[in-house]
Design a protein. Sequence first.
Length: 348
Amino acid sequence: MDRATTEALFAPLDLEQALHLLDSLTWFPESEENRWPRVADYVARNVTTVPRPDPGDCRSVADRAMALAGSPAGHGNPSERTGRWRDVPDAKALYQVKYDLMSLLYPDDWFTYMNMGYQATENEAVAPAADEPIQTSIWRYAQQLYDLVAAQAPLEGKDLLEVGSGRGGGAAFVTTTHSPRSVVGLDYSPNNVEFCSRVHRIPGLDFRHGDAEDLPFADHTFDAVLNIESAHCYPDVDRFFSEVRRVLKPGGHLLFADEWWTIRKNELAEKVSAAGLRVVAEEDITDGVIRALDELPNYVEKLLVDLEDGAQKRAYARFFNERVCRESAHSYRSGRFVFLRQLAVRDA
């Protein structure tokens, strides 16, 4: 959808309010008492430039958005959903709408990452080259996270699938730095796929629309599957890990990193093993993610100086300063989530 159609869909909420509305649906599910007043309060806390939305408007907007996206097949039974999704119907539709909306809120070609980032040590030198534009250097920590995860297995000359490729910066980075033979970036958001196909035109790199829980590839297609900060969006993550095993060649690797509930962090290895993959290594990299988030505001400040004043600049300021550096960082500093890196292999 174009911007005008999307604005009409979410009216009377503006697009930033709509984004936080979609966020809130994962935290205040249908079974939540006083769901819609709490949703309205959540939106108001995160978008302070306009009045608190009416709870009834929040409900009608959510209903319209979910009806447009459609109900994902195979997830009508709550017993098939896991974790935070157990009481959230249409979870995949929710995330498709959310990321399609983000593509309109943050349309610029330089906006190519949406992950947290990583800094190895407190004293690590990450100063950009003198002639490097801030629109490139702001992703330094995001690239370090991709490098940390991708480097767990040799990729030169290999066929790689990234599931949840988002805005494509990570797939493009790995293509140019790790020399795989081919890379396919798969994403559930059609808007993301269109963006990536236009912006990242690199030989050997392709982007496709598809479902992480029903990968559109034949058995034994890839030498490695890369999955960074995406699996927490999947209603049935067990099915995803089973699909990873299916499309991997014998001896192929899963290269994984994501946030996980701290109180359940041991279940990641259990789920991967249950899918028929052998966990080779797992590491808690939360401290490195927090270090990156602590440094990111320095880059954001320089970026905002470069941007023209107006609504778009304010949207980017809120994305980085509030959504990433405040909200996401708090979830790690509070101990609610850990960030795990994992390497697993399909033995046969």
